[in-house]
Design a binder for this molecule. Structure first.
Ligand code: IMP
Length: 169
C-alpha cells in the first residue's frame, strides 16, 4: 500500500480548517453533523480545533451498491438526536467522490429548515464527480484512487489507520 497523506499532513490541515471554521462561525449557532461512519476520526480531531460552543450530531448513512462504487441511493442507518431548525449546520464528511451522497443529504436537510448549511470534507475526488456539491471547507483534492485509512474503509476494514493510503494494483 502507498501512503497518500501522512498523519502529519492530515493533522496540519485539520488545524488550518479548525482555525478557519472558528473564525467563520464566531457568534453563530453551530451544529456539526458528522456523517458516519467514515468521518469519525476526522470529526473527533477537527472539533478539538474549533474553539467555539457547538452541538455535535451524528448521521449514519450507507450507500447501496458495489463495494467500491456509490450507487447514489442512500440509506439512513442513524438519524439526528435533535432537530436542526434555525441552526447553522456544518456537515463533516470523509470524502466527496461522485457527490451523490452529499447531494442527497443536502436535499434532505433543506426540509429541516436549518438557518444555514455548509459542507466540510476531508477529501474530494473530482475525477468521479457526477453531481456538483459546494465544499466550503476542504482538506485535500486527490487523484482517482480508492483510498483507505483515517476513517475510510475497504469492506469495513482499515478505518483505524492514522494516515490515508491506497492499494497499488
Ligand atoms: P459519493 O456519494 O460517491 O460522493 O461517496 C460518498 C461515500 O462513498 C463516502 O462517504 C465514502 O464512504 C465512500 N467512498 C467514496 N470514495 C471512497 C474511497 O476512495 N475510499 C473509501 N470510501 C469511499
Amino acid at each position: 500500500m502507498e501512503v497518500l497523506l501522512s498523519e502529519e499532513q492530515i493533522q496540519q490541515r485539520i488545524r488550518e480548517l479548525g482555525a478557519q471554521i472558528t473564525k467563520d462561525y464566531a457568534g453563530k449557532d453551530l451544529t456539526i453533523v458528522a456523517v458516519l461512519k467514515g468521518s469519525f476520526l476526522f470529526v473527533a480531531d477537527l472539533v478539538r480545533h474549533i474553539h467555539l460552543p457547538m452541538e455535535i450530531e451524528f448521521l449514519g448513512v450507507s450507500s447501496y451498491g458495489e463495494r467500491t462504487h456509490t450507487s447514489g441511493v442512500v440509506k439512513f442507518t442513524q438519524d439526528l438526536s435533535q432537530p436542526v431548525n434555525d441552526k447553522d449546520v456544518l456537515f463533516v464528511e470523509d470524502i466527496v467522490d461522485t457527490g451523490l451522497t452529499m447531494k442527497y443529504l443536502l436535499d434532505n436537510f433543506a426540509t429541516r429548515m436549518p438557518k444555514s448549511v455548509k459542507v466540510c470534507s476531508l477529501l474530494y475526488k473530482p475525477s468521479n464527480c457526477k453531481v456538483h456539491v459546494d465544499i466550503h471547507y476542504l482538506g485535500f483534492t486527490i487523484e482517482d484512487h480508492f483510498v483507505i485509512g483515517y476513517g475510510l474503509d475497504l469492506a469495513e476494514k482499515y478505518r483505524n489507520l492514522p494516515y490515508i493510503g491506497y492499494v497499488v494494483k
